[in-house]
Design a protein around this ligand. Structure first.
Ligand SMILES: Cc1cc2nc3c(=O)[nH]c(=O)nc-3n(C[C@H](O)[C@H](O)[C@H](O)COP(=O)(O)OP(=O)(O)OC[C@H]3O[C@@H](n4cnc5c(N)ncnc54)[C@H](O)[C@@H]3O)c2cc1C
Length: 426
């Protein structure tokens, strides 16, 4: 059990309340008195728990992950020693209840962790992100008690999870998926056949949430979600992709050749898989917004340190030229704007309000800022940031994925526009 978890558990949870004012203003209305105690805070104000977690994850990322980042990127593989440490830190079961061995924290804490990890390595960040915001959340929200008892303790302490929706012919149009499920003859199980593509964490994972169509004649309403485990006969992790960025994060092709699974491995209800996928990906997008915001800040900080400490030209630190200062200031402002959208989406979700548009905006904008800032940060470092010794060029390569996975930028724009049109149609 990590020290982090014990400390965090000792702290109060929930939004921090400011001390009650001694005297209410003369205009106070009794029905508003509950709200009078709340002092408005910046949208990215963190609770004590989240603040403590942020410090702890930042220390872990800088001391333990940073020394391995360059080598993991060159090797295109996650350092195997790192994975047990992520579990020990309580980072793989952030929102899983204590009775299942999790850290029992809130969604905001999970986002803080993803953001802090991405500041140092977006690959480690996405490993933690997919595992927590997609896989753990599916089990927590939709699985039977038996499945929760079987898998949540493993997911919190030792086994990595993957979320398998995309296929060679279905990316943005995810529900055109071709992977099929059918019932076994005796009706005691299901048989899955088909192929999945671009599956994050697949090389390290033991537990896979697989979407397959049980009733193709019903179209997307036949899609169901199943648990498949590594090692089941007929299930293969076929190919690990070589990528532009986030190269230490595994992305694989999976094949299912009549994989037989027990009936209890159905998640939730038959035919409801598309609903589960939509709702989980809405939440997952906030995770990607956190990854991209952390990445942008990491790239900016790396460059700021260089221009204000290391490099002189024309007898001056290059960060003292106004032409540089203006760009650096502009970039930092855009990162702050991305963080505001990110934490607005987090808090909207935590309040139990509709957050789909906020999540889409946060993901879209954070990925745009990450792309722009990490590109500028390469330029600010000149030749030094173009070579593969530091991390500037890596942040730049890593940023591109933000516009692609968990809904491309066009798909986010489409979601935002649809919701706005609904609101404004007379
Ligand atoms: C590194 C990586 C990790 C991934 N991890 C996972 C994972 O863990 N699990 C998983 O299930 N999937 C995963 N994916 C898949 C990812 O979600 C898809 O790549 C993504 O949804 C886009 O689908 P696509 O690649 O087929 O692109 P396409 O859908 O072919 O899109 C190509 C282009 O067409 C545009 N386009 C498509 N439809 C429209 C439209 N209606 N209007 C306007 N423009 C449109 C897109 O915006 C894009 O620019 C991963 C992908 C990558 C690269």
């Amino acid at each position: 059990m990590s020290a982090l978890r014990n400390t965090v558990r000792a702290l109060p949870r929930g939004l921090r309340l400011a001390p009650a004012p001694r005297r209410l203003p003369a205009v106070s209305v009794r029905s508003f008195s509950d709200h009078a105690e709340l002092t408005p805070t910046p949208v990215f104000h963190l609770t004590e728990t989240e603040e403590l977690l942020k410090e702890s994850v930042s220390r872990f990322a800088n001391e333990t992950i940073l020394p391995r980042v360059r080598e993991m990127d060159e090797n295109e593989a996650m350092d195997k020693d790192l994975i047990p440490q992520l579990f020990d830190q309580g980072l793989m079961g952030v929102e899983i209840e204590e009775k299942y061995g999790g850290s029992a924290m809130n969604f905001g804490a999970c986002i803080v962790a993803i953001e802090e990890l991405a500041r140092v390595d977006p690959s480690v960040s996405v490993l933690v992100d997919v595992h927590n915001t997609l896989v753990n959340t599916v089990f927590k929200t939709y699985a039977s008690n038996a499945l929760k008892e079987k898998y949540l303790p493993r997911l919190a302490t030792e086994s990595i999870g993957s979320f398998c929706l995309s296929e060679p012919a279905s990316g943005s149009d995810a529900f055109a998926l071709q992977t099929k499920a059918r019932k076994t003859d005796g009706g005691n199980g299901y048989i899955i056949s088909g192929q999945k593509m671009w599956i994050t964490n697949a090389a390290e994972a033991d537990i896979f949430i697989v979407f397959a169509n049980l009733y193709p004649e019903r179209g997307y309403k036949g899609i169901s979600a199943f648990v498949v485990e590594k090692g089941m006969p007929g299930f293969n992790i076929a190919k690990k992709e070589k990528k532009l960025g986030i190269r230490a994060s595994s992305t694989c092709v999976l094949t299912f050749d009549d994989v037989e699974i027990p009936a209890e491995n159905l998640i939730g209800q038959e035919g409801q898989g598309y609903k589960y996928a939509i709702s989980i990906l809405n939440e997952g997008r906030i995770g990607i917004a956190a990854q991209m915001t952390g990445l942008a800040l990491g790239a900016w900080e790396n460059a700021a340190s260089y221009v204000w400490n290391d490099r002189k030209q024309f007898g001056k630190l290059i960060g003292e030229f106004q032409g540089m200062q203006f760009q650096i200031a502009q970039a930092r402002m855009e990162i702050e704007a991305a963080r505001a959208l990110l934490y607005n989406a987090v808090r909207t979700k935590e309040m139990g309000k509709g957050f789909v548009m906020q999540a889409a905006m946060a993901k879209l904008y954070a990925s745009q800022v990450a792309g722009k800032v990490s590109s500028q940060a390469v330029e600010w470092g000149g030749g030094m940031h173009f070579v593969r010794e530091g991390l500037a060029e890596k942040y730049f390569r890593d940023s591109k994925i933000g516009a692609i996975y968990e809904g491309t930028s066009n798909i986010q724009l489409q979601t935002i526009a649809k919701l706005l049109q609904k609101e404004y149609t007379k």
